[in-house]
Design a protein around this ligand. Structure first.
Ligand SMILES: [Zn+2]
Length: 172
């Protein structure tokens, strides 16, 4: 009788995204969307969809783990269907691809790199929102905020950068 491999097969994926900041045209209040949550900020983020840099990086990490193209392949920025679209749609799509391939999320770790908005006060809320979207418990989701020491685009407030790494376990 064949001995079943006791090790679950797993796959790792890396996601990266950057969005430019833009000042509100009327000089009024502005906000960014992170993890599907609107957060007050001195600027908003430029992008064809809702510019959710966090969900885009996570989506790309999942697709990357599956070696399944990338977010731009499935949702081209020039496609009118994607204008102002909620980025949760992109993530739900990637999760569907993941489940059909027979995998589930083991854990996720993200870096949000920006001077503003401050991530620490909303960190728990962001983790909860992402865990809900992924359908996993919050202890599987890490989101860390850090500045770029005022260096480069993220440090000058010209962009927000997100890195995400995800581990998928084969569903047994
Ligand atoms: Zn993006």
């Amino acid at each position: 009788m064949a001995v079943k491999n006791p090790m679950t097969s797993c796959r790792i994926g890396l996601g990266y995204d950057i969005h430019r900041t833009k000042l509100p045209a009327n000089g009024g209040a502005a906000s960014v969307v992170l993890g599907g949550i609107e957060i007050t900020a001195p600027f908003s983020l430029d992008g064809h969809s809702d510019a959710d840099v966090l969900l885009h990086a996570i989506t790309d990490a999942i697709l990357g783990a599956l070696a399944d193209h990338d977010i731009g392949h499935y949702f081209p920025p020039g496609d009118e269907k994607n204008r102002n679209r909620k980025s949760a749609d992109f993530l739900v799509f990637a999760l569907g691809r993941m489940r059909s391939a027979g995998y589930e999320i083991a854990n996720l770790d993200c870096n949000l790199i920006c001077e503003q908005p401050k991530i620490a006060p909303v960190r728990h809320q962001l983790r909860g929102a992402v865990a809900d979207l992924l359908g996993v418990s919050i202890d599987r989701v890490s989101i860390k905020g850090r500045t770029n020491e005022k260096l480069d685009a993220a440090g000058r407030g010209e962009a927000i950068i997100c890195q995400a790494i995800v581990l998928l376990n084969e569903i047994r």
